[in-house]
Design a protein around this ligand. Sequence first.
Ligand code: ATP
Length: 834
Amino acid sequence: MARNQLKKSTEPTKDKETKDKKTAFKLGFISKIKPTITGILNNEKVTKITGLVFLVFSVFLLLALSAYLFTWKIDQDKLNHTWNEILFNSEIQVENWLGKLGALVSHQLIYAGFGISAFLLPFLTFLIGFRILFKSNLLPLSKSFRYTVFSMVWLSIAFGYVFSKTAILGGAFGYQTNIWIGSIIGNIGVGLVLFLSLLIFLVFNFNISFDILPKKEIAEEKDIEPFKENSHNIPVENEEVNFEKGIDEETETPLISKAEEPIELTTESITDELDIKNEESEPKDSIILDSTPPIVKTESTSDEIEFSVEETENEDEVLSESELNKKVAEFGEYDPTLDLSSYQLPSIDLLKDFGNTQKRVSPEELEANKNRILETLGNYNIKIASIKATIGPTVTLYEIVPEAGVRISKIKNLEDDIALSLAALGIRIIAPIPGKGTIGIEVPNQNPEVVPMRNVIASDKFQNAKMELPVVMGKTITNETFVFDLAKMPHLLMAGATGQGKSVGLNAVLTSLLYKKHPAQLKFVLVDPKKVELTLYNKIERHFLAKLPDSEDAIITDNQKVINTLNSLCIEMDQRYELLKNAMVRNIVEYNAKFIARKLNPNDGHKFLPYIVLVIDEFADLIMTAGKEVETPIARLAQLARAIGIHLIIATQRPSANIITGIIKANFPGRIAFRVTSGIDSRTILDSSGADQLIGKGDMLFSQGNDLIRVQCAFVDTPEVERICEFIGNQRGYPEIFTLPEYVGESATGGSGTFDDEDKDALFDDAARMLVQHQQGSASLLQRKMKIGYNRAGRLIDQMEAAGIIGPFEGSKARQVLISDLDTLEQFLKDMNQ
Ligand SMILES: Nc1ncnc2c1ncn2[C@@H]1O[C@H](COP(=O)(O)OP(=O)(O)OP(=O)(O)O)[C@@H](O)[C@H]1O
């Protein structure tokens, strides 16, 4: 007995072992062939050939099927053999334009298959072929597939039903199905099934309306019922009242008397009636600023609260590796006159592949949150018409349409109480959602999802963004890739308490730009007082960094150097304005286009102007120690630098009012707030609360002066940034780091009368004569006439301004020459030299 038991217990173990071995073998096999299959599928040639095969096949099918309509009667008796016999017997000859194969295929599809609805097949294969070959959809593919399959089956049965004598119209499938269903529910039953299935299809796919009753009744009801439209003019059809209270059919008046209290639905009764509907949402476009926000339809409710869940997949199209590599190859063709024409953009492999990071929010979680919201609102006597949930990477947005008569201001006033009752960290209430008249409640997901940088970099929206400085920040709460143009911002203020994702955010911005720009097009000026955050970028100094002429390190860590750098950038800005003026263009884009088209002569000082992005990592530190000295040049740059391609990003841990001063705020319309510790901090950075209710780890609010957009910042880790910098750093760079104009110190730019003689340029007197003679205060004039470089000409201009010979910088206008003739100048120079 004991032995038997032992035997029994060992048998399953053996079975299990064999099973495990088999599974291991299978997995090993799959893991071996998977890369091969992926390789083949990613192979561009294979893709092209497959696309071509599909397209030609669709033409073949169309011709064969068309021919069949004319030749089927003649060919039919020759097709009563096996395929082998027909194809290889030279005595059998058919009339079909596409020979025996055409005759056989069309016979199978039409006669033995779906009748003439088989003509939909070439249409479908054409769509597939087009998609594969041209990587573009003529029509949405999955929808077309669904519609085609349904139409083929339905039409086949319908033709079989109506034209039961003409077999070719409905095909064998239609004919047999009719016989089978007819034997069960009769001939009339078949008709009803056809009718019903068509209606179901139309409702399912097009949500067709059955509002066939005359509108009169509804209009009259509206006069009777006091709450027909809520305060936001959201029409609510109050069929509910009809149903509950009834209508006197003769008089068409409600049975409810005036004295009678209106029936109030309790929250619980509402909750019981809820019906969760999973709506498959259509793919959306990524949010790109400047575009109008999509208007979301809220369905009006009938006799119960509607709760719909919008499942937003990671919908944005992600480019395949071969497509990305193609873009890299194309980039090689960038203006060949550039020194680094062989420069390669970093490849996507340098970013970590997190696999599928999407974590589903369970229906239970959705249901529980929805109930809590309803309960809480019910406690405050706020009634709801419908709720829609949109699932994002870290939070779910519950969009609520309040019932008629509920004031949104009431909900707004109860914001804190509601948040307290819902008692989850990070609940944010948006009442109303701008432009919609609905109320949004954002509730954090139990299992937040990381948004990998790799996924957003590979997104079609980022790769094909037609922007000067595209930055992909992450995903919005509706799972749309969030891309903005730094050049349009034009400056960015970033704040967040320590450890909430600011450094990751900065790296995301820098990484985005490195993935799109050639070193000739972009330079970074990096200020990192903490000396740790940005040091990784040292490796790309010969490609992407800019520095002062006399400094050794490109990354600036010392506060005094920051002041010099900011002033130097101001000089660069003035010089660029001068160049723009001479080229008679309004901005850097036009200027560079003109330069590339060889319409500007480098001998006149013209050169290709790269964008300059200044990043200051710990701004609080800087403003505490240097105060006005940094505030003034930053404000000046922020006000004027947009047109000439200098953009500022300043980040701070402490967003208090003495750091982000009014003047800084006024000039930085683009704001990013990670989680902060207080509502006051949130208001300092965003001018509204909300950032204190974020959940951290890259959860952020973005504002560009108007609406706030909640975004989950993409995650890019230090090793990834390191790999990217190494990849770029290992390529051939410029022999010298890009140098900014020399800043000659306070004395030279301090205004007239305070000019220090020791610093005076040897060419000062001659240059002054030149400007007075031409009555034009321009650096490029000095460059041309005196054959000097831009830096020196700029310095001479600054010295002459300080000496009072020319007036201050006036944007696009030339500086005014304050001395009218050469005699007066000679006297002036004599006095000065004494
Ligand atoms: N977008 C993100 N997705 C997921 N996790 C993130 C994200 N951003 C930050 N984190 C997590 O938070 C941690 C801290 O982030 P980070 O270093 O960017 O904070 P910080 O605000 O710069 O802090 P400090 O100001 O102290 O430097 C990261 O190590 C990471 O674990």
